[in-house]
Design a protein around this ligand. Sequence first.
Ligand SMILES: [Zn+2]
Ligand SMILES: [Zn+2]
Length: 917
Amino acid sequence: MEKSYDPKQVETRWYRTWSERGYFHASVETEGRPYVIVIPPPNITGSLHMGHALNNTVQDILIRWRRMQGLNALWVPGTDHAGIATQNVVEKQLLAEGSSRDKLGRDRFVQRVWEWKAQSGGTIIEQLKRLGSSCDWDRLRFTMDEGLSKAVREVFVRLHEDKLIYRGKRLINWCPRCLTALSDIEVEHEETTGKLYHIRYPLTDDSATHLTVATTRPETMLGDTGVAVHPEDPRYNRLIGKSVALPLTQRRIPIVGDPILVDREFGTGAVKITPAHDFNDFESGLRHNLARLAVFDQHARMDASGMREAQVDAALQERLASQPVKKARALVVEALEQGGFLAKVEDHAMALGKCYRCKTAVEPYLSPQWFVKIQPLAEPAIKAVESGQIRLIPEQWTNNYLGWMRDIKDWCISRQIWWGHQIPAWYCRHCNTEAILETASPKSVTITSDARPIVARTAPDHCPDCGQHDFVRDPDVLDTWFSSALWPFSTLGWPDQTPELKKFYPTSTLVTGFDILFFWVARMIMMGLKFMGPVPFQDVYIHALVRDAEGQKMSKSKGNVIDPLAVMDKYGTDALRFTLAAMASPGRDIKLSEERIEGYRNFANKLWNAARFILMNLDGPRAEAPLAERPIADRWITSRLHRCIGDVNRSLEEYRFDEAANAVYHFIWHEYCDWYLELAKPALAEKDSVQAAHTRATLVESFETVLRLLHPFMPFITEEIWQAIPHTGESIMVAPYPSQSTALIDEDIESQIASVTSVVSATRNIRGTQGIAPSRELRVSVATPTAVVTGTLTANVSLITSLGKMSDLVLGTYIKPYDTGASSSITFRGGGIGEVQVDLAGLIDVGKETARIEKRLKELAAQMEQDEKKLSKPDFVAKVPPDVLKKTQARHDECRAEHDKLSGELKRLQEMAGGPS
Ligand SMILES: [Zn+2]
Ligand SMILES: [Zn+2]
């Protein structure tokens, strides 16, 4: 083995070997219970970030663990076509070339996106391989590949047949920049301060009397088709049935009573109804049969024909034409004021909806769209979680899920973009002449809500009504999440009844971030239940976000992004994976710092050095005798190892990746390396003894087992070392995972070694604080709490004296102070041990040591005074950057601790010097 570990060449070499040998592939023919995970398909526009790194590390740990346990483990990989995101990327490229999607036309544009995908769409896949992901790459899928497109059409047609998909003119969330509909959860809400405008609407039968309405959107009042009051409001209820003259227009609109729309306490208690521009008004309009007048166009600009239809005053129409929302608002308010209609304006807190892609303010927009009627699909999906058929982990997410599902709204699935699954609906030109609006340049088709669609798996041959053959296809594409909702079964070949589908559905575990719980997970559950019957997966493990060390969200603008690729270059992939696993506590965000990753890189090096030590000590025969015949240290490490194996397996069963990683870390570092390799030395020193042969066997057995235990977390270094030490099998990846043997756990041996290591630790501690060189031998006496402990220690005297480098060890429940003088010994209390005394006679120079401590105490006092002065100044605390303040406080605490410790030692030294001689 090389002197130091070089991750780069090892990682590339092993990943290629595993892949070439087909270890990643899961076959339907393989025996064994299947264990299946489908990957959350990353966007083809994506590049690996820490969120991906965490998500895929967790999946790979589960898959490698289950594979080693002998399950037929399948991890299905793939990518998502990511409709709007991908279209935006290619549109930007076109813009830079002086072209545009309109110039290209639909077919050539879509062709261009496919070309882009062929060149750049595989980046993220290569990065996932770099992370060590053991996906079955033979089964790589893409949400727009042929098979998945077939599944999408099948689902669409069947839902339509079941009357669960409909097309209708509805108010939808609309991004006036992306020019597409957005689903409710694609709208981000931002708190802001707006204004509440009080506007007087004169009664038609008494123009001296007004009904004053309060609104935050005065510019949409031109599209009002009613005014609502509460039917039980004594101020207004006599007005119900009358009408008002809508200011700035030539229209009269009715006053209606609507207890659902009107909150008597809000504003004036009277509100305008604008069904074409507000969701609640839209519903109220349906209840009262009010017309919908849209006065804004798709770009959120005042629409000339809409204003004509709304009979807006001619002069105002001219001034408003094509004005954007903000400008239109100012002009309308100005006109209201001039006409004496504006009663009052006040500040008002409100939530503003923004497009999650481009942050443009979202407008409610009336347009023909496709919807999934969701209630009938949601009900079984609620039951599946309530009944425990699907488990959300951590459990706290269950209430979120249920709450959202019980209040779910119909899902708008059409998007007005070109990249995606085009909706399988056609319109007969002959039967829909009025409803199909086509323009030549740029070429575009608009289908009004009056058109009658023919929904089919393939283009219809002839119109069932008129028999003609001339069709227009619906230009909209489906929401990206429509295809990913089918992912657990479409990737396995559905709608065909493939052997894969039979073998691997339902899948076992889904690993995801909470941010896509509703976008994706809920919809997979609904679709899985509807089209497959059984739930799509049993466990949903929901992991947290990866933030920076201060708990801030990582972002390019803040400059606090830790790039997983750079980290893998610098510290190795295993270190990154182990860090993410060790920090994955349920329900808590990960505060990632480079120091942590560096720490686990050191852990990898520790493992490497242990391997080198073991290899150097394997010279000679290995006797694999029954455990009871082996040295106590060997029996101890075997017992501890099997405890650790139990902990790791249990923690992984419970998705406690942090506990599993920390258990194996603690075992390797603090028990195996710190103690066992030390405890083994005395036996190994007698090279030709039976003891040495036993210990060599134990070294190999235990270390080989540890490597297998660690493999799912650190796949690369464990394989490299495993191949170098004695083993059976061709790769650790396909070797069996350790399982606990409780028969090997020996409490008595464990407590014996605990006593031994406590005594050794205690003497080492004294050595450290007294500055005694490691090479100098000590005279030690130990007062034990019981005769049993005395017996235990007596049985292990040679181990203790060898590890503690002692020339003399006295044991007993009572010990006398060393007669070299009371002043020359100190005491130390170790865990359950009693008292450890080290004879210091001749080992330290009291005068010199006193001087050294006094000098250091002075330095510390000065530093503390300086820091205290700073920290007592309010100015300093308020103005310095938080990390400087933190550092100052930490330094002060450290100085204080060192000062206390040294003061104690000084006191002891003085007692020693001043005591009887
Ligand atoms: Zn947008
Ligand atoms: Zn027809």
